[in-house]
Design a protein around this ligand. Structure first.
Ligand code: KIV
Length: 289
């Protein structure tokens, strides 16, 4: 299947077709996502929590993002891939932002980059777009600035806050972003922004009216244990399946049930009769006879 482009996503918006969007951080999960036919994969800085066990996304650095994005691209060569700009990879200067955004394309063969922020990062979005890179904005709850938001809290729940989110959405589109991600906003706000914007609008906790849905794969498969946001739906419980498999493995090793005959490499039939002599030779050498 051919990899979708920004034009396909624009057409899907026009036709009312929903985009299936999921995070992925490694090669095997990317293979599963592509086999499942998802439309778009985000290599999110949520890997800080889901893969590295950090408390949040702040410690994540560009090199980590690139290594994971490269692995995901190898696993999903035919899926539209978005690289997530980590904290301090775009905030300190537009030059640094353009350089880091470019790394996702040059080194990991991503199709687009995502960065958090509305009005206040308009010059950064413009500079990255001017470099020829497809940009996905990310507004509403923006985890990298959750300190300023007073924690990981839904946004747009008052008229004043909803206005801020709408103004941010318009500013991101005006700056040249070709897609927008809305995180943790009421469905009314998600629906209105989806109608107001020309560009596709995807939601993670933004209600059912956006042009597509994003979820974090570690939540969807029940792998991430620390907390579960309200907007998550779990489709299986990998933690239970894996823990149970490892308990059985431990029991088999301790009881001697593993390895069984089918798991061992027997000596060649012609050589086996000579093995006792070899064993004796070494027992004598080491004084163990
Ligand atoms: O890093 C990520 O997975 C994200 C989502 C939480 C939107 O940015």
């Amino acid at each position: 299947m051919n990899r979708k482009t920004i034009f396909d996503f624009q057409t899907m918006k026009t036709k009312g077709e929903k985009v299936v969007f999921i995070t992925s951080y490694d090669y095997p999960t990317a293979q599963f996502a592509e086999a499942a036919g998802v439309d778009m994969i985000l290599v999110g800085d949520s890997l800080g929590m889901c893969v590295y066990g950090y408390e949040g996304t702040i410690p994540v650095v560009m090199d980590q993002m690139i290594f994971h994005a490269e692995a995901v691209r190898r696993g999903a060569p035919s899926t539209f891939l978005v690289g997530d700009m980590p904290f301090m990879s775009y905030q300190s200067s537009t030059e640094k932002a353009v350089e880091n955004a470019g790394r996702f394309l040059k080194e990991a063969h991503c199709d687009a980059i995502k960065l958090e922020g509305g009005k206040r990062i308009v010059p950064t979005i413009r500079a990255i777009v001017d470099a020829g890179i497809v940009v996905m904005g990310h507004i509403g709850l923006t985890p990298q600035s959750s300190g300023q938001l007073g924690g990981h809290k839904a946004q747009g729940r008052t008229i004043e806050s909803a206005r801020t989110v709408i103004e941010d959405a318009l500013a991101v589109q005006q700056a040249g972003a070709q897609m927008l991600l809305l995180e943790a906003v009421p469905p009314e706000v998600g629906g209105l922004i989806t109608q107001l914007l020309r560009i596709p609008v995807y939601g993670i906790g933004g209600g059912g009216e956006t042009n597509g849905q994003l979820l974090i794969v570690s939540d969807v498969i029940g792998q991430f244990q620390a907390f579960t946001p309200k907007f998550v739906k779990k489709y299986c419980n990998v933690a239970e399946v894996v823990t149970s498999a490892l308990k059985q493995y431990a029991a088999d090793v301790r009881s001697g049930a593993f390895p069984a005959e089918e798991h061992v490499y027997r000596m060649l039939k012609s050589e086996a009769p000579n093995f006792p002599a070899l064993a004796d030779e070494y027992r004598v050498k080491l004084g163990q006879n």
